[in-house]
Design a protein around this ligand. Sequence first.
Ligand code: CTP
Length: 397
Amino acid sequence: MPFAGRHVVLGVSGGIACYKSCTLARRLTEDGAVVDVVLTTAAAEFVRPVTFEALTGRPVLTSLWERDRALAHIGLAKRPDLVILAPATAHLLARAAMGMADDLLTALLLARSGPVLAAPAMNDAMYAHPATQANLKTLAARGWHFVGPEAGPLAEGPSEQPGRMSEPETILATAGRLLVAGGRLQGKTVVVTAGPTREHLDPVRVLTNPSSGRMGYALAAAAYARGADVLLVTGPTGLALPLGVTTHRVETTAEMQRAVQSLVKQAQVLIMAAAPADYRPTTSAATKRPRSNGKVTLELEATPDILATLARPKDCVVVGFALEAGGDGVANARKKLQDKLLDFVILNDALEPGAGFEVATNRVTIIEKGGEPIALPLLSKRDVAEQILDAVERALT
Ligand code: CTP
């Protein structure tokens, strides 16, 4: 977890997006960060310090002139692993770009040499103004990182132009990535497949399976958080797309095969968490088949086995899943590991409560080529994803 035990300063300047900073402060604290909130005078007009104190369990700082806090700005500039500015108003960005130090927040920014992540939030015209754009350029040239702003409704009404602060989850994902810099997945391209595929009997009927896509999406999000460039190939799912990930939507197993075959050329890691449909009708009707009361016989053929037929780059770490329902799971999974030329196979028992399709948890066994199986306890799919990525990182040369 990128935030556990890390020290974060959350600098809040005065804009209506301040209400989202409360969620951000809470989420950072929940994820294990020690969060010092610094409010500008304007921010304290929007949200009272006591709100942030309750959310972070720490005193909130608002002024350079508080008793016993002399030089607080120097400590707050030097110690934290990350300074997040959310919202970063046009005025705050202008003062920071100028190197002003007329309050606690700008003073600490002037003394700061470590990473700063700013989430700009302002009226769309103020954001587009050349003065703001020049300030953003200046700050980016000094190494600041930015997240957003995004297009969408502003306090003063709807807008198609950027200005709205990114959502707390987006800011968290970006901040997490900055904090984990240096891991083995940093800068690596990771292809992840997720979800089921669908094979059409006719335009309105499909053969598919109940895979939710959650395991693959959790892997994609976790790999992104570790600094990887993530390419997600997803079958149809009802899930929100993971942040920061480049997504390729496919429907059939053959489409998934084409996408994976093309994307894997640039990958250092491939994780096949999808549950592609294994069979498709030999013919698919162009129009809806009329319903009939008698028996219907479908002729099916096997879809391509994506992993078994994949031309993969040398040194690409390949992870497959083995969904087993009863029998000797480990032996079956090992066979898939060999037959599909995998480096790892993740054994999933579909019959086990809390594991497999359509649930938020999973119990898996990680089997590495030539290694002993590692049986994990029942965990959230995100925690399973972290364990799998730990194993992948160890295997990356
Ligand atoms: N897989 C694949 N192409 C398919 C079907 C599955 O590449 N057409 C991948 C899955 O994404 C998974 C691995 O192969 O990583 C094993 O999938 P699984 O459904 O457990 O096994 P199958 O190969 O389909 O074999 P069986 O259904 O006989 O257990």
